[in-house]
Write a protein that binds this ligand. Sequence first.
Ligand SMILES: C[S@@+](CC[C@H](N)C(=O)[O-])C[C@H]1O[C@@H](n2cnc3c(N)ncnc32)[C@H](O)[C@@H]1O
Length: 284
Amino acid sequence: MMPSLRDADVRLSERHFRTIAELIEGQVGIKLPPGKRLMLEGRLHKRMRALNFGDLNEYVDNLFQRDHLDAELIHLIDVVTTNKTDFFREPQHFTFMKDVAVPALLKRHERGHGNLKIWSSASSTGMEAYTIAMVLDDLTRSGSRFQFRILGTDVSTAVLRVASTAIYPRDVLTPVPEHFTRRYFLSSRDKSRDEVRVVPELRRRTHFMRMNLMDASYPVDRDVDMIFCRNVLIYFDKPTQRKVVEQLCNHLRPGGYLLVGHSESMVHSCVPGLKQVQPTIFQV
Ligand SMILES: C[S@@+](CC[C@H](N)C(=O)[O-])C[C@H]1O[C@@H](n2cnc3c(N)ncnc32)[C@H](O)[C@@H]1O
């Protein structure tokens, strides 16, 4: 019989839970309150089995022996991060980008046409970045004259692998408008795999790299036009939210926009000089 999640080998002692929670908050800013213990146990279980440990506490003890943590941290971060995302998630942001932000930003660029830089700063598997790419490419087809480049960053290597290959199960296309599906996705040649891939024209303009928002500085240009930082600040405490938002704003060009998730509109009060344009859209 399969062990149930309540069996002894998949329980974390109070002390071991606190150890992991402190480690994760220190490394990536994600808070793990006691209510997340069951979730953490469930997620660590597969990792514990993969490494042949008899129970979860043994796995945690082993992390701190010799240099094990260096090698395991990346996997641990993959396991604890919540990577839920969608194409066209919170679609009003993409409407704003198309109708308001891009025309305003292009006016500020020399002679009304330029090279827009957009940053998806907690990109997960890349659906946010490729949604931006589809909407911008579509705009250029309807007469707007500009080039664009998109950077996607995330702390989890597992999601970045998916983002870079840009291959997804077909059913994630549900929110994508039909004509975009036809124009921007290729179907797998192997019909037994019901998968699609973002077309090379968009992949060429979209790059991904690992970056931790908790880092003291970000290796990113300082003249970015729009930064999407959606559905990640919610996991951080207030001082961390403030620090991250301040640092991100230092990478925006004057007039650039910061977009946050629908439950993260509080960042407004964090940073002086940040103008609230809509509940979840800010401008420097
Ligand atoms: C819920 S997803 C949101 C994805 C996308 N922005 C969206 O709204 O659909 C949150 C992402 O933030 C990433 N993340 C969590 N902590 C992070 C950190 N300290 N630095 C960078 N990315 C982080 C996670 O790995 C995860 O992929």
